[in-house]
Ligand binder design. Sequence first.
Ligand SMILES: Cc1ncc(COP(=O)(O)O)c(C=O)c1O
Length: 451
Amino acid sequence: MPTINLVTELPGPNSKALVARREAATPRGAAKLTPVAIVKAEGAAVTDADGNTLLDFAGGIGVLAVGHCPPNVVEAIQKQTADLIHLCAIVGTYPSYVEVAELMNEVTPGDFPKKTVLLNSGAEGLETAVKIARASTGRPAIIVFEGAYHGRTNLTLAMTSKYGLFKKGFGPFAPEIYRLPFPNIYRRPVGMTEEQYIDDCIARLEYAFTSQVDPSAVAAVVIETVQGEGGFIATPPKFLGRIRDLCTQHGIVYVADEVQCGFGRTGKLFAVEHYNIAPDLIVTAKSLAAGMPLAAVTGKAEIMDGPHPGGLGGTYSGNPLACVAAVEAINMIRQPEFLERANQIGARIREHLLDLQAAIPLIGDVRGLGAMMLTELVKDRDLKTPASDETLQVTTECFKRGLIAIRAGLFSNCIRFLPPLNISDEQVDEGMGVIAEAIRVVESSRRAVAQ
Ligand SMILES: Cc1ncc(COP(=O)(O)O)c(C=O)c1O
């Protein structure tokens, strides 16, 4: 039985009406990728306001590793709601807050004493990691990379790349942020081998310590282990290894941003586990709490204790409902069977994409780690000209057919796959069938225009 079940055209009349009200009541700047109104969801399926069932390959942008509304999470939240909705961890202590911190200290990479502080969002987690790194080192500078996405608050916007979409009109941005080249293998200079290109990026990183900022002034290097918004680019191991070494050598805090790539998405609990290195601090959010707003900064106890007592925290940070959801989610995702399944899902998506790449010139690249898969669309495979308009057409065609798929990449020319990891093989195949049809439709209209 297919999951997608359409009883109206998409968007249906009720979706249209609610989206129109949203547009009247909220500013145009608040991003909105599809014109659909969802009222219910389970696993990888969502039901809209017109009774259509759609397949969800966005998963709340990587938030729903455990799927929509898993019964144990729902039950834990319901029970907690009856006992204690809010206290404020600044005011007092409750069991789930401590339990999440202890769990995070246990499951994150690194064989050293750790501590965890809880926040509300990925951006707040990144800001807090920077505060911790600065307080513990007494240094101001932060190194980030091209293509990075770290959030939309002022400090994290300064750390984020992709100017036009995220930053235009919002400056001035926080100072002391230094952006360095990131090895995007697919877009390396013509004629360079992968090895040469990675070495060149490492050389430029080392050069920056003379040309841009002295290492003694650098508090942290902040890097996504696998770039998310930038286009699912796994940091090459040699590059990340060099960052680890340089941080150790110069007393710089290595902060891994695993907001999108963490919590099982890459087939390991944390993506950095693929590299056999441990960051000093790891920032997590998204799938940490199954859709409840929660983020965590976890790391070396002596660094975490850098800020003065009272320097960290917030009204809602580590809210009890979010914490009980996180305990359930972490204990589900950490199971070997769950992680194995993530790998199977990723392999299945990759296979579908490679088949499509063999048949359709629009598909320039297929890449990713575990179930964090993506395809990059180009107008010309040799020139790698980003097919940004065509990518939007593909996701629009997908939506019309009942598949929610979203874009990524500096040029918005990638389609990223972040389905719930309790999706079935049949649902993966069904969704990828829709992707194939949508890409074919766009490819043939592109050809018709070219002729
Ligand atoms: C890698 C990464 N870091 C940070 C963030 C910011 O998280 P939030 O939107 O919860 O503030 C995101 C969000 O997409 C992300 O993908």
